[in-house]
Structure formats: C-alpha cells, structure tokens
Design a protein around this ligand. Sequence first.
Ligand code: UD1
Ligand code: CA
Length: 450
Amino acid sequence: MSLATIILAAGQGKRMQSDLPKVLHEVGNASMLAHVMATSRQLDAERCVVVVGHGAEAVTAAVHDIDPDVEIAMQTNQNGTGHAVAQAMPALAGFSGDVLVLYGDTPLITPEAITQMQAARESGAAVVVLGFQNPPGGYGRLVCDVLGALEAIVEAKDADPGTYALTLCNSGVMLAAGDLMAELVAGLAPSATTDELYLTDIVAAARTLNLPCAVVECDAAETEGVNSRADLARVEAAFQARARARALADGVTMQAPETVLFSQDTALGRDVVVEPNVIFAAGVSVESGARIRAFSHLEGCHVAADAIVGPFARLRPGAEIGVGAKIGNFVEIKEAIIEDGAKVNHLSYVGDAIIGARSNIGAGTIFCNYDGVFKHQAVLGEDVFIGSNSSLVSPVTIGNGAMVGSGSVITSNVAAGDLAISRGRQVNKPGLGAKFMARLRAMKTAGKRP
Ligand code: UD1
Ligand code: CA
C-alpha cells in the first residue's frame, strides 16, 4: 500500500511563550519538524504535505530548506486538527493509497511504530490510531470496547470522570485510506467546547459507518507531544536517551553516556570512544576507532579513523581531522583540513587552513586568518614543523618539510625545506643578571623602591 504523510504544523503553540513557531523549536539541534519529516522519509512516503499557518513563511522556508519536494498546504485560521487535515486533502487529490497524519510537535515517533499501524490496516482496520499509556493528564483518551477495538477519542477537556480516568491516550498519529480520510474530515462538526474541528472525531464518525477502528500502542517516550518549554526539555531528554542507547548498540564506548549530548544527525562509527562531557552539535561524523576525549565540543566537522580529539578541544564547522591526527587541549579548529597524522596538541587556534600530513604545530600557535574585513587561508605542506608561540599571518604558504622557529611572526611564504625565524636576536650579558638582582635586594632591605 503506498503512503502519503500529512504533517500538522500550523499551530501557534501559545504555551511555548515564543516568537518562534512551535514546530521550529529544536530537539537534538534539529527542528521538531525536521524530525517528523525524517520519519516520513524513512517510511518511504511517496508524498508529504506540511500544513502551515502560524509563522507560515518561516515554517515553509524551513521545510523547503530540508526538502524542496515536500508540498505545503495553507491553513489561514487554526480551526483545529481536523480542519488542518482538510486543508491538506486537495494536495493529495488523485492519490489512492493510505494517508498518515503526523504532528509537527510530536518528534520522536519511530518508523517501527508506523509499520505496526500499517499491519493493523492490513488486518482490516479502517482507521488506526497510535496510542500510549499515560497517567490522566492533557492528552485525548482512547475509548475502546471490551475487545479492545477503538470506539472514540475524547479530548481531556470534554471527558466525563470515567473517561478522564482512562490511561490509554491519543498520540495524534492516525492512518486511514486517503479517500476515507478526506470524506471523514469533510464531515466534521465543530466541537461544542472550542468550536474547533477535531481530527479525533473521525473515529466516532467511522464507527457510525460501521467501519472497524484499531489502536496500536507504543512506548510513551515516542509519543510525547510538546506544548511548553518544560515538555520540550522532557522530549530533549528522551531524544538524548535514545541517541545514547543507539550509539552504545552500534559499538560506541562511553564511560558516562548520560553526560554526552547528541544531535539528530550525529554519526559515530564502531569502536569510537567518547569520554565524559562531550557535546556533538549538528553535523558531526566520527569514524571508527577515533577517540573524543572529555569536555570537547564538536560541530559541523568530520573526524577520521583513529584520530584523537581533546580533552577540551573545540572543532567548529569545516574542521576535517585526518586519520590518526591529534588535536589536543584548548585547541580551536575552524574551516581547516588537518591531514593524516598531523598534530596540533596544545593551546592553538587554526582557522582557514590546510595542514599537511604529519606536520606538527607547536603549543600556542595562532593562525591569523582575519584582517578585520577578509578571511585568508594558510597552506602548510607535509612534515612541516611550527615552533611554539608562532603566529602565521594568512595568506601564507609553508612548503613541505619547512620549519618555523618558535616565537616567530610569519608574514611571507616559506619554501620547502627552509627554516624561517622572525624574532629579536638573543643577547647575553655576562654576570649582569646576578648583579641586578643583588641591587634590587639591597634596595628592599633599605626600605626603598626602584
Ligand atoms: C491533540 C489531540 C489530542 C492528542 C494530542 C497529542 C485533537 C483535537 N487533539 O491535542 O487528542 O492527545 O494532540 O499531542 O486532535 N495544528 C494545526 N492546526 C490547527 C491546530 C493544530 O496545524 O488548527 C497542529 C499543531 O501545530 C500541532 C498539532 O496540530 O503540531 C497538534 O495541535 P495541538 O493544538 O497541540 O493539539 P493538542 O491540544 O495537543
Ligand atoms: Ca499538542
């Protein structure tokens, strides 16, 4: 059965107290909407329609930034989830498969849960709802008959005490044939309490037509919806727990996984070791056997096999760390390629540079890449040695096997094999140190100052 998805993302999310539309708030450094769109992609949905309304311009831009093929449906007034789905149906006219409704504010649903819903459809249910167990609270309640077949969904605010006490809740995710979904949402009547069209009412409507409805239950960690910042923090925690469990299952060693933060797109290879208190911001991949030592922060970078990064290293976007390379403590790397086996071990800034294989960058070396207006690049060959506390003023090129004496400020190119030194020449005055010190001590004894 072919599949189309409708992602509801028009709501304002008043309780977020935010200028940003709710679905653009991030979990694991990706918008909640990006998570839901990823689920749709993983399900191989043929079509995907996102319903936008509040903050439509920003939400549409975010959608097309991720996938220009996703369609947009406009819901000018947010008249409820049923009304939102109705706005998406015209975009799917002529589509003959099943339609899955996902919520932009419920980002942790797994494709596995949806696969179970598809199985329930195959066993004859006309409408399948994804449910979960939750202590009585704000979610809609799933009312079932004695055999467990779904009869209706009742919103918490409309529930009588008996229904309110039910613990089987509505995640919002629903699956039905596209033509049935279109027919049912077209027939919705406004809620007596809020005047909105509730998508949840399609279950009772299907039952009046004698169509069987079913619930597929999944873990509550998947279905948590975000209405407030507190919910967002809870969902972030659930996301992190899942990302850590996946990394461990995939062969990553972590001594204190609870202190490591992941992003939606973090990719770690087998036998990567991640020490405590490491943060993977967006866009990081680390290959097999690399070690990310404690308190490092990585973003938009790639670490090749067997490299060692940290402790206390910062890899910024565009950092490309080669096989077996070493990036040590208090080193910041931005937009730079550190080729295989090169070392930047202590207290350095490397920005806009290429460092050739096996080169060694001494402690405290600074790549001066910015002149106040433009950024410039430094290109270092293989087996280069830069003495400690040097400044390389870009643009500058240093050839293979060249050396730079420590404390140098390098402003012109250094040819392969050359030694460059640029600093004041050292002068030694015999005996003067001891003489000078004796004079200072005598002054102090006499209660004087120099
Ligand atoms: C909804 C369900 C509730 C379920 C809960 C799960 C209804 C009536 N209620 O309640 O049973 O337990 O989700 O999280 O469906 N949206 C639109 N247009 C609208 C209204 C909402 O696009 O006019 C979008 C929102 O952006 C959001 C999603 O639909 O992504 C859910 O809307 P929300 O108002 O949060 O629904 P709940 O009250 O949480
Ligand atoms: Ca909600």
